[in-house]
Design a protein around this ligand. Structure first.
Ligand SMILES: [Fe+2]
Ligand SMILES: [Fe+2]
Length: 372
């Protein structure tokens, strides 16, 4: 049984000092190397024996889209206007007392700049996360022993290349600056890629990272007033719903063969991933760039009710999917206890993502609308 310290490197999950002590010190690096320890597997069994994966693969082939032609890149984006429109539409006016805080002297200009930096940061992290997905999925093509899963994963590699492409292009053409990868996100991606067990790649990427991405993209899609980003997110989400389904369908089968201690290791990995992703959403780099004291700013930020709701909501796909995989209640409910402490167990009975992708086929809907 591992302790919090062994899993996370700290005893208290909410230890702010420990979280902030993890920073990206290689902000100028161009190439980042991770040693993968996994075997590449051939299979000589070409039988299409997994109908749910066959169906998903067929759907993936017909749902490909082209980032160059299916999105209208001529739409002009004025970031300050987008920030103001988003605030107006979503009534996001902070209403607590800022006296004696780093924000006391802030006027409208600083708040708008914070909104702009937040956009730059958020889209940058999405882009880096998408590259993580690209690498993980290419790895799954090699390591998974089932032919149907190799076929499906190959379509996901193409999807992820397209996702990196759209976020990179949006950042370059429409926003005003990149951020390097957040250290918590990088730690998590490194751990997922380095693990030698093929099912851990799925758990880390398809269930945890992509489950969170699906919720975060959905939130941003709902909040944004910018039409290009809105359509881009709608298309990316349709792909992500398939990816999470791929994880659920594959692990559901595989976990049936695992022993109690092996399942416990999966629970610990899911918990570690959950905490790393939660840590990254403190967006510590944004506060640095805004020139405010990060600790003072975060003391205030963590109290904000809107933020708490947002942070919990990020787990709205992960928790039901973990439940469907049997990870919540195995090993005396170890993960249920951890998710309860993180304040996210309330999502356990929300809809899981094993079949949600069918309703989210945005590309097919748009094609039908065009031919009608
Ligand atoms: Fe993606
Ligand atoms: Fe994905």
């Amino acid at each position: 049984m591992s302790t919090n310290f062994e899993i996370l490197g700290r005893e208290e999950v909410d230890d702010l000092e420990a979280i902030l002590s993890i920073t990206n010190t290689d902000v100028d690096e161009i190439v980042h190397t991770v040693r993968a320890h996994s075997d590449a597997l051939f299979t000589w069994d070409y039988e299409r024996s997994r109908p749910a994966l066959v169906k998903l693969y067929e759907k993936a082939k017909s749902s490909q889209w082209n980032a160059s032609t299916d999105l209208d890149w001529s739409i002009e984006v004025d970031q300050a206007t987008v920030v103001l429109n988003n605030i107006a539409q979503n009534q996001m006016i902070p209403n607590f007392d800022l006296t004696g805080t780093p924000f006391e002297s802030w006027g409208e200009d600083e708040w708008i700049q914070l909104g702009i930096e937040s956009q730059n940061w958020t889209l940058s992290q999405f882009m880096h996360g998408e590259q993580g997905a690209l690498i993980c999925t290419a790895q799954i093509v090699e390591t998974v022993p089932w032919i149907d899963a190799k076929y499906y994963a190959a379509t996901q590699v193409m999807d992820e290349a397209r996702h990196v492409e759209v976020f990179a292009r949006y950042l370059d053409e429409k926003l005003s600056g990149h951020y390097p990868i957040n250290a918590h996100l990088r730690m998590l991606l490194d751990d997922i890629i380095a693990d030698s067990r093929w099912d851990m790649t799925y758990l880390g990427m398809q269930i945890m990272v992509e489950g969170l991405a699906l919720a975060a993209f959905g939130f941003m899609h709902q909040m944004t007033t910018e039409p290009l980003l809105k359509k881009m997110l709608r298309y990316v989400m349709a792909d992500e719903a398939r990816h999470v389904a791929f994880g659920v369908l594959s692990l559901q089968e595989f976990y049936q063969e695992l022993s109690g201690p092996e399942i416990r290791e999966r629970q610990e990995f899911a918990f570690e991933a959950a905490v790393r992703m939660r840590d990254r959403f403190l967006q510590q780099e944004v506060w640095e760039r805004m020139g405010v004291d990060v600790r003072e700013a975060l003391k205030l930020v963590v109290q904000d009710d809107g933020r708490k709701v947002f942070q919990a909501m990020l787990f709205s796909k992960i928790v039901p999917n973990c439940k469907k995989l049997g990870l919540l209640d195995a090993a005396d409910g170890w993960l249920r206890q951890r998710f309860t402490e993180l304040g996210v167990i309330g999502f356990e009975d929300w809809v899981d993502t094993g079949s949600e992708y069918a309703a989210l086929d945005e590309v097919a809907k748009d094609r039908e609308a065009r031919t009608a």
